[in-house]
Write a protein that binds this ligand. Structure first.
Ligand code: PLP
Ligand code: COI
Length: 376
């Protein structure tokens, strides 16, 4: 998709894409001010891509057009019953002058899995990737360069049928929007303090924890407020049944680095169905394995976390996700008190992995895994 404006484009078989460029794009001076300090999720590009699904018709009316507000009927199903899913992925300017998106195929596959759990239609994976390519292509001037900066892409889909009965909707809108972004945490890569939530749960067995759906995030907000009131940056969720195993954070997966003599164990909570299968998580597992660390996906309890932080065999803990990249965790707090990870500073393995991941994403090192999806 080298020139989105001059060539007719298909998102996939039977789904042509109509392109209507914005007649009033943000001017170049304002755009460069935004790109110099983008923050996270506050600014949006000139375009968005929309695709409609209707029962009996399937996917239709794919349009890459000006970024604009939506108008919804007050009975629109998603506003009442939360039938909605989303994804998050990033486009980067490469060191060689190219442009690329990190692992869009993995997001396309997860979007399908989330759709299935929410009884929604699956967007074909090739249409998802082509939609990402088309939006990044037309708004390439919005991709910031350097440091932690990227163009954050937010594909999402929701029930648009105007109907108050409770059942899977008969109509959906799938949208792709893009937001230039810097560091997710305002303090940058400084270690965060986390709150172990013992009062609330995010996801229970058989629930929607493994899907990227709005309700999981709505359910997390009160606990996030409680964490903030305790002086913490983020919530760590525990399993719903015993409230003893560590699951994940509000928008990130967790890794623990344990040392036993020369042996390093890289442990992360196993995917039980109640936590999200992060794409960064999977990438970190691959990189850690290549460095010769013993990687384990297993049950990690708060008791083990506390004990091994105290006896010194837990040397580093970090969170990872698309928005947060790799963020060190310095301290953990709960009703039972506070404990510190080693000296509370970013550990060497966390720092090295973060740099390696960013180097891969920016094309500074060889893309030996085929994770970089170049946009022509
Ligand atoms: N866990 C949750 C609940 C998330 O929202 C995210 C963010 O997408 C992650 C984990 C990390 O996933 P990924 O690395 O695919 O961004
Ligand atoms: C992402 O990292 O893409 C997410 O969706 C996390 C969100 C909380 C910003």
């Amino acid at each position: 998709m080298t020139d989105i404006l001059t060539r007719p484009t298909q998102l996939c078989a039977d789904l042509p894409l109509q392109v209507v460029p914005s007649a009033s794009p943000v001017d170049a001076v304002r755009r460069s001010e935004i790109l110099a300090e983008p923050g996270f999720g506050q600014h949006f590009t000139d375009h968005m891509l929309s695709i409609t699904w209707t029962r009996g018709v399937g996917w239709h009316d794919a349009l890459l057009g000006p970024f604009a507000p939506l108008q919804l009927h007050p009975s629109t199903a998603v506003l009442h019953y939360s039938q909605t899913i989303f994804e998050g992925l990033k486009a980067f300017n490469l060191d060689d002058g190219g442009l690329a998106v990190f692992r869009p195929d993995a997001n396309a596959a997860r979007f399908q899995r989330s759709a299935a759990r929410l009884a929604m239609p699956g967007l074909p994976e090739d249409a998802f990737v082509a939609a990402v390519e088309a939006l990044v292509s037309i708004d390439r001037a919005w991709v910031p360069s350097g440091g932690d900066r990227s163009l954050y892409l937010r594909p999402f889909m929701f029930a648009t049928e105007a109907y108050l009965g409770v059942r899977p909707a008969h109509e959906y809108l799938c949208l792709f929007i893009a937001s230039p972004s810097g560091a997710y945490f305002p303090q940058g890569v400084k270690p965060v303090t986390v709150w172990l939530s013992e009062d609330f749960v995010r996801a229970a067995p058989g629930g929607t924890g493994a899907a990227k759906t709005g309700g999981n995030y709505a359910a997390s907000l009160l606990a996030q407020e409680q964490a903030a009131a305790q002086g913490c940056d983020q919530v760590v969720w525990l399993d719903a049944v015993e409230r003893s195993a560590v699951e994940e954070m509000g928008g990130m997966n967790l890794f623990f680095v344990f040392k036993d003599g020369d042996k390093v164990e890289f442990a992360t909570p196993e995917l039980t169905g109640t936590l999200l299968a992060g794409i960064t998580r999977e990438s970190v597992i691959t990189l850690a394995g290549e460095h010769g660390y013993g990687v384990s996906e297993r049950r990690i309890t708060v008791a083990e976390w506390r004990e091994r932080a105290a006896d010194g065999s837990l040397t580093e803990v970090f969170a990872c996700g698309t928005a947060a990249v790799i963020t060190p965790i310095g301290r953990a707090r709960s009703n039972g008190g506070e404990f510190t990870m080693a000296d509370g500073e970013p550990g060497p393995i966390t720092t090295a992995l973060r740099e390696e991941l960013l180097d891969i994403q920016h094309g500074t090192v060889d893309d030996r895994h085929g994770w970089i999806h170049r946009i022509g």
